[in-house]
Every structure is written in C-alpha cells, then in structure tokens.
Ligand binder design. Structure first.
Ligand SMILES: Cc1cc2nc3c(=O)[nH]c(=O)nc-3n(C[C@H](O)[C@H](O)[C@H](O)COP(=O)(O)OP(=O)(O)OC[C@H]3O[C@@H](n4cnc5c(N)ncnc54)[C@H](O)[C@@H]3O)c2cc1C
Length: 453
C-alpha cells in the first residue's frame, strides 16, 4: 500500500444488503483514489430469501444519500396511508392500544417502508457492476499478511486485497477468523414468515385495514403488511425450548415450515388473524439468534465488519437492514474524511486506513452496542411462562412500556460522523499539547482551524 498509482483493492465478503451498500458507498462517497472493489458471495445466484424487510427513516434517508433512489418509489416499497409506522393492536379484541409515530421525518418517502427483500436487494444490485460480484465463492477463512488481506474459498481459490470488509452476515466467517470463540445464542423464538401475492388476502378478507398490522399477544406477536409490487407478508412466532446446539442441528435458516402449525398456533386470536393465517399459502422458519457486542471492529488495521457480522442483534426492532445501510454509509464517510486530509496523494497509507476504520467504529459501534444491550435484556426477561396466558392489564402495560426506539429509527449517521470527527480532532490537539516540542505545530493547527471558521 505504498504511494503509487496501483489500484487500492477493497474486498468485501458477502453480497447481502450490507455488502452491496458498502460497495456503493465506497465507490460514491469515500473518494478513495484508484479504488477497486470486489465482492465475494457464496450463493450461485443473487436472490434474497422470500421474506419481508422494513426500513426505518434512517435507512430510507441513507438509501437516498447513497444514490439508490430507485428503492424510494411507492412501487418498490409500501408505506401505510396513515403515515403511522407501527399500529399496535390487542391480539383478541383487535383494539388499537398504542402507536409508534415519526417525530422528525418531513419527507414521506423516508417514512418506514416495507419491502420484499428480493426487491430491495435488486434495487441495490442495479448500482453495483455485475463483473465485480463473484458468485459461488464460499469463504472458509480470512487472514492478514504484511502487505494485505486474503479470503480463502471452499473451492481452493483465494482473493487478495489491501483491506477486507466482512459483510457476511450473522454467522460471519470473517468475524470467526479473527474472534474464533465468538458464540451466538438462541433467543428462544422461531419466526414463521411468508410473502405472497396480496390478492390472496385482499380478495378473501373484507375490510382488511390498509396500514400494516401489528398484534401483541400474551406470548408472541403477529404481524401482517402489504409490501411493494403487490406482495403481502405475515410473520408469526413460537417459543422453542431447545438449546442453541439442538436447534442448530434441527431447524435450518429458511427451512420450510408447516402452515397448519401456524393456523393452529393462532386459532384463538382475533378472527382477522385467523383469516390471514388461512389465506397464507406456506411458511418458512427463521430461528432467532443473537450475539454479544464485539470488543472491537478492527482487526490487524486492515479488516472491519459491517451489518449483522458486526452486530448480531437477530432482527430486533426490524432495525438490521437500516443499520447495515448506515454502517455502509458511515464507512464511506470515514474514508472520505481521511482521504481529503491526504492532500492529493494518489494512494492512501495503512496509517490512514487505520484512522478511517477508527472513525467508522467510533461512529457506529456505541450506537449498535446500545441496541445489543436492549436485545440481551429482552432475551433475559420472558413475557410469560410458556403456555400460560398473560393477564390483559399486564400485556397492555408491557406494550405501553416498550422501549422508545426513535433514537434508532431516526438516527442521523451523518451527524454522528461529524461528532466523531470533531472528537478525534480534539484528541489530536490534546495529544499535541502534551508534547512541548509540538507547541509550534499546535499554534499552526489552531491558526488553520480559525481560518476555516
Ligand atoms: C427473523 C428476522 C427478521 C428480520 N426482519 C427485519 C426487518 O423487518 N427489517 C430489518 O431491517 N431487518 C430485519 N432483519 C435483519 C436483517 O435481515 C439484516 O440485519 C440485514 O439483512 C443485514 O444484512 P447483512 O447484509 O449484514 O447480512 P445478510 O443479509 O445475512 O447477508 C450476508 C451475505 O453474506 C453471504 N455469506 C454468508 N456467509 C458467507 C460465506 N461463508 N462465504 C460467502 N458469502 C457468505 C450470504 O449469502 C449473504 O448474501 C431480520 C432478521 C431476522 C433474523
């Protein structure tokens, strides 16, 4: 990584939402000179599992800042006509008990939006050159040498780069290569999800509300919503008492479920929910795992993580897609700041890579650590013992006392980055001030900062 006209190669592990968005951000935001981005993905073709994904205002704003305007249309994503992101109803009576509202989201295109994952993924793919995405490349290991990083694949080949971004999801092999003893824990819940043509419910269920529907029940919830492009989704859940190891052996991610079990599970709920489960053609199963916050996101000065690889929060608060987009954007902004301080050099140094990764981590990690603390607290406190019905008053009070997540859903990652930059400048100046021989340099820095004001 010397001062030369050679390309600066970034290799990205995984072409999910985080991997694609990172490629877009590095290309459009970072200003890294002579940048060459290559993505390695285990799947043989790029398609997303048939589930839904919700993006909050932070994710929607970031999509726009990344230039992914094609995902903002009313055709690709669904925004409820009321403009209320979450309407919480009682499982039996269907009565609206509480709502989440947007507090500062003036542009309606940034309101919480619900997509079929495949449609969001396809919208991101349109911005990434096909020839830079290498399919059928299952990573088994990553390592670092004095001049770069390598990804090693199951087929015996390897890829080399100056830096590596691990965007390979909750079971990240990149993370495992640098933190081998990191473990995920089963939250005790398995989600049953389905996406299908909206006509299946719209034709059969009269007076189906147009907004997304979120029912809270004594043990689990039920969610139903229109998605973009005429799709519909439902999400149910059940508790599974098995251990993490047993579950991993028996229930695979995206494994076919039994739709009769879904109907049975919700048979005593409000008739509207029963009608929705009757119309649902199939379910797939998603056992929910989460992991602790990592001590660091920087490995050997050349490797970092984005998305679920960095923060394994298991889909809590439907925040993962938006967080992945914000991670990607923050990484681009961090490089932009550092590259702009390189004064026209044609290549960036390892020292500057380290600075960019620190800025990225300082901006993102405290935010996602806060979420992980909430997630692990919730896993530790069960709503009611399995099989017993929680009293109504308790349920309503639990719903009303749910954590306020506006700090998450309306987070402004650009403001957070500006604060990190300011903080790092304060640290630099303080470090200079401690060295008597730096007094002259310090005076120059202060003068230059004054000049900018
Ligand atoms: C049940 C559930 C519901 C959720 N619902 C929502 C929601 O409504 N809204 C929301 O915002 N988020 C939701 N999430 C979270 C969200 O799905 C993720 O946070 C988001 O997709 C971030 O994705 P990612 O790119 O980091 O990881 P992923 O989407 O997992 O992508 C990782 C990519 O890396 C590839 N990969 C993995 N291992 C390897 C390997 N060894 N070699 C090569 N490639 C590899 C994978 O094939 C994949 O393409 C949910 C999660 C769960 C579990």
């Amino acid at each position: 990584m010397s001062e030369s006209s050679d390309k600066f190669r970034v290799i990205i592990a995984g072409a999910g939402i985080a991997g694609l968005a990172t490629a877009i951000s590095l290309k459009r935001i970072s200003s890294i000179p002579n940048l060459d981005v290559q993505i390695y993905e285990q799947a043989h073709q790029l398609s997303e599992i048939g589930a839904s994904i919700a993006l909050s205002p932070n994710g929607m704003r970031t999509l726009e800042k990344l230039g992914v305007d094609n995902a903002l249309s009313d055709e690709v994503g669904f925004r409820g006509p009321s403009g209320i992101p979450q309407i919480f109803r009682h499982w039996k009576t269907n009565q609206v008990i509480s709502v989440d509202t947007h507090t500062d989201v003036p542009d309606p295109r940034h309101h919480t939006t619900r997509f079929h994952r495949g449609h969001l993924h396809a919208a991101l793919q349109e911005h990434v050159p096909k020839e830079t995405v290498h399919l059928g490349k299952k990573i088994i290991h990553a390592d670092v040498s004095h001049d770069g990083v390598s990804l090693h694949f199951e087929d015996g080949t390897r890829a080399f780069g100056h830096i590596l971004i691990g965007a390979d999801g909750i079971r990240s092999k990149v993370r495992q290569s640098f933190i081998p003893d990191y473990r995920l824990r089963f939250s005790g819940k398995v989600f049953m999800r389905s996406t299908f043509d909206a006509s299946l419910v719209e034709a059969k269920i009269p007076n189906l509300p147009a907004d997304s529907l979120h029912w809270w029940g004594p043990e689990d919830n039920f969610f139903a919503s229109r998605l973009g492009k005429g799709q519909y989704t439902i999400v149910g859940a059940y508790s599974d008492p098995r251990s993490s190891e047993e579950l991993e052996r028996n229930v695979g991610w995206d494994q076919k479920g039994d739709v009769k079990f879904l109907r049975e599970r919700y048979k005593n709920w409000n008739p509207l929910i029963q009608a929705l489960t009757e119309a649902t053609p199939y379910t797939n199963l998603y056992p929910n795992f989460a992991g602790d916050a990592l001590e660091t996101w920087i490995f050997d000065s050349r490797v970092t993580l984005v998305g679920d690889a960095a923060h394994a929060h298991g889909g809590a608060f439907a925040a993962g897609g938006s967080l992945a987009l914000d991670d990607a954007f923050a990484l681009g902004l961090a490089f932009k700041h550092v590259v702009q301080s390189c004064h026209g050099k044609t290549q960036i140094s390892l020292d500057n890579v380290q600075k960019a990764l620190e800025l990225y981590t300082n901006t993102r990690k405290p935010h996602t650590d806060r979420l992980l603390r909430i997630v692990h607290n919730q896993i530790g406190t069960k709503s009611s013992p399995s099989g017993t019905l929680e009293e109504d008053a308790k349920l309503v009070s639990r719903m009303k006392n749910r954590p306020d997540t506006v700090w998450l859903s309306e987070h402004d990652v650009e403001v957070a980055m500006t604060a990190s930059i300011a903080q790092s400048q304060v640290h630099e100046v303080k470090a200079l001030a401690r060295e008597p021989e730096n007094q002259g340099r310090l005076e120059l820095t202060v003068q230059s900062e004054r000049g900018k004001l």
